[in-house]
Write a protein that binds this ligand. Structure first.
Ligand code: NDP
Length: 447
C-alpha cells in the first residue's frame, strides 16, 4: 500500500459517519482525502489544525419537522434539514433540494463538496446544503407555496445575509425561492440578501438562472483551449432536462457544438444532427409546466427513446447534468465505446467511484463538478455582493464576471492538477479548494 492509500485508510477509519449509513458522504470524503491528505501532512499548520477532519464533521446539522396543510385540509408532515458544513471562508452557502430521495447522507455529501466548490470561486462563501424529503410532483402551486412557507418557518432563525444564504437545487427554482424569501422576510422582519436565485424585482441577479450551465461550458472551453481545440463541431451528449442541462445545451450550441441529447428519468431525447435552440426551449417549457418530453412535435426534429440513456451514442464530449451517481461502470464503458474523451460534470458527483476509475483508465479526462459547475454558486456570490451594495448589475457585467471566475478556476485547477502528459482535474480541484480552506481554518485557531 502506498503512502497516499495508507493515509486515506487511517483517515476514513476515524470518520464518525459509517460507510453503510452514509455511503454518499463517505464516497465524497474519500475522493477528496486521497488527493489532499499528503498536502495536509506536508504543512505543519494544516496538519496541526486537522483541516480535513474539521471539514468532514459539519459545524452543525439542523433537522426539523415541516407541518403543512394540503388542498384537502389534511395535515402533511415532512422532514427537513440544513447541513452547515463550514463558514471558515464566508457565510454558509449552498442550495436547497426538495425530493423524496433527500436524506442526511445526501446533504452531508453535498455540503462537503460545496465547501471545496465555493473555495474555488475565490469568493467569500462557506459551505452548506439543505432540503426536505418533500415530493412536489402532483402537488398544486398552493400546496408547494404552503410547503415552502412551512419549511422557512422552521429554518428562518438560522438564515441571514451574514449567517447562511441558501439557494435553489433540484425542484427548488426561482418560484420556490420567491416563496421562501417571502417567508424569511416575514419571519425575520427584515429585507436582505438571505437567499440567492431571487427574482430580479427583489434583489436577484441577472444570469443566475443560466449561470451553472453557462459556467460549465466556459470551463469546458478552457479545457479545450488548453488542448488547442474549440467547441466548434464537437458532438456533445447531455443528460438531464433541467436548469443546468438546458442552459449548458444553449451555450454549447451558441459556440458551435452539436448537442445530440437531453434526457430525463424516462428516456433520452435524441437529435442525430443536433438539437436546435427551439427544441431546447420546448423542453424548458414542458419541464416548467411539469409535463414530460416523450412526444416532441415532429417539426422540432428530435425523437424520444424511452428507457434509453444518452451514453451509447457516438460523441466527443459528455456532460452529465441530471443527478448524483447517474453514471456507473456500465455507463462509463458505454462512454468509452462511444468515443467520448472528455466528461465535464454539470451535476454534483454524477460518476460513481468505479465509473471514474474506468474512464480514467481509458484516458478520458474528467472535470469534476466542484470546479465545472461552480458557475451557479459564483453568480450567487455576485448576487450577494449586489445585495450588499444595493446595486443591480447588467447581464453583460455578470456574464463577463462569470466567465472570468470560470477561467480563473480552470487556471488554479490546471496548475494544481498538472501531471506528466496532461491535467488531472479531479486532483487539481481538490487540492486548489483545500489550500484555500486550509489557510483559513489553520489561521483561525482551534474553534
Ligand atoms: P432540475 O430539477 O432543474 O433538473 C433535474 C432533471 O434531471 C430533472 O428533469 C430529472 O428528470 C432529471 N433526472 C433526474 N434523475 C435522472 C436520471 N437518473 N437520468 C436522467 N435524468 C434524470 O435540476 P438542476 O438542473 O438544477 O440540477 C441538476 C444537477 O446539477 C443536480 O445534481 C444539482 O445538484 C446540480 N447543480 C445544480 C445547480 C443549479 O444552479 N441548479 C448548481 C450546481 C449543481 P425527471 O423530470 O424525469 O425527474
Amino acid at each position: 500500500m502506498n503512502r497516499k492509500d495508507a493515509l486515506t485508510e487511517v483517515f476514513m477509519s476515524g470518520l464518525a459517519a459509517q460507510p453503510e449509513a452514509e455511503p454518499n458522504f463517505h464516497q465524497a470524503v474519500e475522493g477528496v482525502a486521497r488527493d489532499v491528505l499528503t498536502v495536509e501532512k506536508n504543512d505543519a499548520d494544516y496538519a496541526a489544525a486537522r483541516v480535513l477532519a474539521c471539514l468532514a464533521e459539519p459545524d452543525r446539522v439542523l433537522s426539523f419537522r415541516i407541518t403543512w396543510e394540503d388542498d384537502t385540509g389534511q395535515v402533511q408532515i415532512n422532514r427537513g434539514w440544513r447541513v452547515q458544513t463550514s463558514n471558515a471562508i464566508g457565510p454558509y452557502k449552498g442550495g436547497l433540494r426538495f425530493h423524496p430521495s433527500v436524506d442526511l447522507d445526501t446533504l452531508k455529501f453535498l455540503g462537503f463538496e460545496q465547501c471545496f466548490k465555493n473555495a474555488l470561486t475565490g469568493l467569500p462563501l462557506g459551505g452548506a446544503k439543505g432540503g426536505a424529503d418533500f415530493d412536489p410532483r402532483g402537488r398544486s402551486e398552493r400546496e408547494i407555496m404552503r410547503f415552502c412557507q412551512a419549511f422557512m418557518g422552521a429554518l428562518a432563525p438560522f438564515v441571514g445575509p451574514d449567517q447562511d444564504v441558501p439557494a435553489g437545487d433540484i425542484n427548488v427554482g426561482a418560484r420556490e425561492i420567491g416563496w421562501l424569501f417571502g417567508a424569511w422576510r416575514k419571519h425575520r422582519q427584515s429585507f436582505g440578501g438571505a437567499l440567492t436565485g431571487k427574482g430580479l424585482s427583489f434583489g436577484g441577479s441577472e444570469i443566475r438562472v443560466e449561470a451553472t450551465g453557462f459556467g460549465l461550458i466556459y470551463f469546458l472551453s478552457c479545457m479545450l483551449h488548453d488542448r488547442g481545440e474549440t467547441l466548434e463541431g464537437k458532438r456533445v451528449l447531455i443528460s438531464g432536462k433541467g436548469n443546468v442541462a438546458t442552459h449548458a445545451a444553449l451555450k454549447a450550441m451558441s459556440l458551435g457544438a452539436k448537442v445530440l441529447t437531453l434526457s430525463d428519468t424516462g428516456g433520452t431525447l435524441y437529435a442525430p444532427d443536433g438539437l436546435t435552440p427551439e427544441a431546447v426551449n420546448w423542453v424548458r417549457i414542458r419541464k416548467a409546466r411539469g409535463e414530460d418530453i416523450a412526444h416532441p412535435p415532429a417539426s422540432l426534429g428530435p425523437r424520444y427513446k424511452a428507457d434509453a440513456l444518452p451514453w451509447e451514442i457516438e460523441a466527443d464530449i459528455a456532460l452529465p447534468c441530471a443527478t448524483q451517481n447517474e453514471i456507473g461502470s456500465a455507463e462509463a464503458a458505454q462512454l468509452v465505446s462511444s468515443g467520448v474523451t472528455i466528461v465535464a460534470e454539470g451535476a454534483n458527483m454524477p460518476l460513481t467511484h468505479e465509473a471514474a476509475t474506468t474512464l480514467q483508465s481509458k484516458d478520458v479526462i474528467i472535470a469534476p463538478g466542484k470546479a465545472a459547475n461552480a458557475g451557479g454558486v459564483a453568480v450567487s456570490g455576485l448576487e450577494m455582493s449586489q445585495n450588499a451594495m444595493r446595486q443591480s448589475w447588467t447581464p453583460e457585467r455578470v456574464d463577463a464576471a462569470l466567465r472570468d471566475i470560470m477561467t480563473e478556476i480552470h487556471r488554479q485547477v490546471a496548475h494544481e492538477g498538472r501531471v506528466p502528459g496532461g491535467i488531472d482535474y479531479r486532483r487539481g480541484a481538490n487540492i486548489a479548494g483545500f489550500r484555500r480552506l486550509a489557510k483559513a481554518i489553520s489561521a483561525q485557531g482551534v474553534v
